[in-house]
Design a protein around this ligand. Structure first.
Ligand code: HDE
Length: 700
């Protein structure tokens, strides 16, 4: 039986009885024949205490909610597998990283950090990227984020940081947002936050999809080989589809149009058989090179630029199954940074050390006691034989002794030897005085914030400035705005000046040191993360109406769908429209139920009838939004005329049939025949680029 089969059979063992197999019952298995009326003394009399079915039903309902996670409350999860490309024995003895033919089952939970369980998905926030590997040697959890750096260096600051980030204490506003006084007050006083803040103000904080974002282990960990030799390691997840983001205006509108935008996207892709995939890569640093960097490897506010230490691909992860029950699996999954397997170990990163305390502690509270590892989603596939006993929600029926050493139980369970894969901690020499003080290597808070800034493309910088202006523009305390801008001047003066101008505070003095900070790391830009260039799973809206040229549209549609895009026909109302050839064309969705922000591209098909069959306002708004958000727009035949309603001055538009023109992601072709291959190729190319940022602005 493979590990994957074992994980499946564990879940099967806990699967609730098939509701089709018999009647409704109580929790005690007693058949229930009536669940609509409570037991009363007479038709109009009082309810009776002895109605055990009523009381059980209400009691269970009263207790349905458990405390949500204090951070990362809103999430979405999926199952899948990990497989290494080759043996990593050279660096680690971890069993799941040895044999390319062995697939290790995984459960991954993506999350936002600030908002509660019911908050919207597309808020500006860090995304959690937590992976549980059910390895043959026990569970290994890689509890990471979609940024490679964190806001603080020492875990003792975490409650301060989270209190500042969470909604303000008096009115619990804002939900799911960082644009408020307390966060920026903290940031302006705690410059170690700056590097992660740069990431938070970038488009990385509004991913288009969980399937299209990177993941990072953040801390420096250790690999340990069979001889006990350690190697520093940083973990990177790279999405096969590339890393892509939304724009802020779009992200905000999504919060109303579809608060479940990212959650739905993950779910739907997996349901459609479009299994998201990431490559796991590692940056490796020999123990003897620990001090070869101008910053401390134990400082989680720093990256090792990929240009200095390349990321080495070691395996791939595919998510191919949605959970059956959100609560049982996605809500109850319990991650813990200290869930390690032999071959992987900690470093003394003070943030990581704090997490090693926090995650177990929080599960005790959230999952109501110490037996949460028995919940199916948390159960290892490796057999568990421990002397831990009793406690709330104990499911195992233990027999025999529960102490070591024992003779009455035959000395069982016996201690594992090295040959049985016993976990041994890396032997590391530690000495020093007992102090509360950061290492001097932790003091430079500006160089890498500047590195990030100087690595961005122009459009990424524009978005960062806009984000700072938005966030700080929401801060009421002027001194907090001023202090933050003064901090930004240590990163880059042009950045600080652009933000200051936008929020009405004086432009700060130049910092001569910032002028020197010009290094860049191209790998940090989204430009370098375009993925495999495919258009798989991109959502295309086709604005159909009466008289649509169905033959031409279908030719484009089939081609796009063959390349993996998801095409939906939208019309003013649901149902059908009559196509130019007199046949009925099926509408997938009515326009009022959707919006441009829910799609990646728009297509205006042609037709001999009126080119713009929509009620004007809705039609134009759809196109305008798509244009403003940089999305590819295709127009065919008479649809090209419809586009002119946007007043696209400064763009080249096709005028000769059969000669499509693609300019800044606007693809036009005035052809009317069903052969639209050239057009489709150009549109797919524009879609593969995801967004087109340097478009001339709309004239009206
Ligand atoms: Fe967490 N974090 N964290 N964190 N974290 C939690 O654990 C904590 C940190 C991360 O989908 C909590 O089970 C402390 C860094 C993710 O279930 C809690 C510190 C990184 C998730 C906790 C950190 C993370 C959590 C809340 C500073 C990126 C969601 C509920 C020392 C590398 C996992 C829970 C999931 C969740 C504590 C810092 C990522 C309270 C004390 C750095 C992805 O234990």
């Amino acid at each position: 039986m493979t590990s994957q089969d074992r994980k499946q059979s564990q879940r099967d063992a806990y699967r609730a009885a098939d509701p089709a197999d018999g009647p409704l019952t109580t929790d005690q298995g007693v058949a229930v024949g009536h669940t609509d009326d409570s037991l009363t003394a007479g038709e109009r009399g009082p309810t009776l205490l002895e109605d055990f079915h009523f009381r059980e039903k209400i009691t269970r309902f009263d207790h349905e909610r458990i405390p949500e996670r204090v951070v990362h409350a809103r999430g979405a999860g999926a199952y899948g597998f990990f497989e290494p490309y080759a043996s990593c024995a050279e660096f680690t003895r971890a069993a799941f990283l040895q044999d390319p033919s062995v697939r290790t089952p995984v459960f991954v939970r993506f999350s936002t950090v600030q908002g509660p369980r019911g908050s919207a998905d597309t808020v500006r926030d860090v995304r959690g990227f937590a992976t549980k590997f059910y390895t043959a040697e026990g569970n290994y959890d890689l509890v990471g984020n979609n940024f490679p750096v964190f806001f603080i260096q020492d875990g003792i600051k975490f409650p301060d940081f989270v209190h500042a980030l969470k909604p303000e204490p008096h009115n619990e506003i804002p939900t799911g947002a960082s644009a408020h006084d307390t966060l920026w007050d903290f940031v302006s006083l705690q410059p170690e936050t700056l590097h992660a803040i740069m990431w938070l103000m970038s488009d990385r904080a509004i991913p288009r999809s969980y399937r299209m974002m990177q993941g990072f282990g953040v801390h420096t960990f250790r690999f340990v080989d069979a001889t006990g030799r350690g190697t520093f390691v940083k973990f990177h997840w790279k999405p096969k589809l590339g890393a892509h983001s939304l724009v802020w205006d779009e992200a905000q509108e999504c919060q109303g149009r579809d608060p479940d935008f990212n959650r739905r996207d993950l779910w739907q892709a997996i349901e459609n058989g479009e299994f998201p995939e990431w490559e796991l890569g590692v940056q490796l640093v020999a123990e003897e090179d620990e001090f070869a960097f101008p910053y401390d490897l134990l400082d989680a506010t720093k990256i090792i630029p990929e240009e200095q230490v390349p990321v080495r691909p070691i395996g791939r992860m595919v998510l191919d199954r949605n959970p059956d029950n959100f609560f049982a699996e996605t809500e109850q999954v319990a991650f813990h940074t200290a869930n390690l397997v032999p071959g992987i170990d900690f470093t003394n990163d003070p943030l990581l050390q704090a997490r090693n305390f926090s995650y177990l502690d929080t599960q005790l509270m959230r999952l109501g006691g110490p037996n949460f590892a028995q919940i199916p989603v948390n159960q290892p596939v490796a057999p568990v034989r421990s002397n831990q006993r009793d406690g709330f929600h104990q499911h195992a029926i233990h027999t025999g002794t529960s102490y070591t050493p024992n003779s009455l139980g035959g000395g069982c369970p016996a201690l594992a030897g090295a040959e049985q894969g016993a976990f041994t901690h890396l032997t590391e020499r530690v000495e020093g005085a007992k102090i509360r003080r950061r290492s001097p290597g932790f003091t430079d808070h500006h160089s890498q914030a500047a590195l990030f800034w100087h690595s961005m493309a122009d459009w990424e910088r524009r978005h960062i400035v806009d984000a700072f202006r938005f966030e700080l523009g929401k801060v009421a305390a002027r001194q907090v705005r001023r202090r933050t801008v003064a901090e930004l001047a240590h990163v880059d003066h042009a950045l600080a000046a652009a933000v200051a101008e936008g929020i009405g505070v004086p432009v700060p003095e130049r910092d001569p040191a910032a002028v020197e900070r010009k290094a860049s790391s191209p790998a940090l830009s989204l430009e370098s993360l375009r993925g495999d260039g495919s258009i798989r799973t991109r959502q295309v809206a086709v604005l159909v109406g009466e008289g649509v040229d169905a033959a031409q549209l279908d030719a484009v549609r089939v081609e796009l769908e063959e390349q993996g895009a998801v095409v939906e026909a939208l019309a003013a109302t649901d149902g059908k429209v009559t196509a130019a050839d007199g046949n009925q064309y099926t509408v997938d969705r009515a326009l009022p139920t959707v919006a441009s922000v829910l799609y990646d591209a728009v297509l205006i098909p042609g037709g001999p009838a009126r080119p713009a069959p929509w009620p004007d306002a809705a039609y134009l708004r759809f196109l305008r939004d798509a244009y403003r958000h940089g999305k590819p727009i295709g127009a065919l035949g008479s649809g090209v005329g419809a586009l002119s309603r946007l007043d696209l001055r400064g763009l080249r538009i096709a005028s000769e049939p059969g000669r499509p023109v693609s300019d800044h992601g606007v693809v036009t072709d005035t052809s009317t025949g069903p052969d639209a291959r050239e057009f489709t190729r150009a549109l797919a190319g524009a879609m593969a680029a995801h967004r087109h940022w340097s478009r001339p602005p709309l004239q009206r």
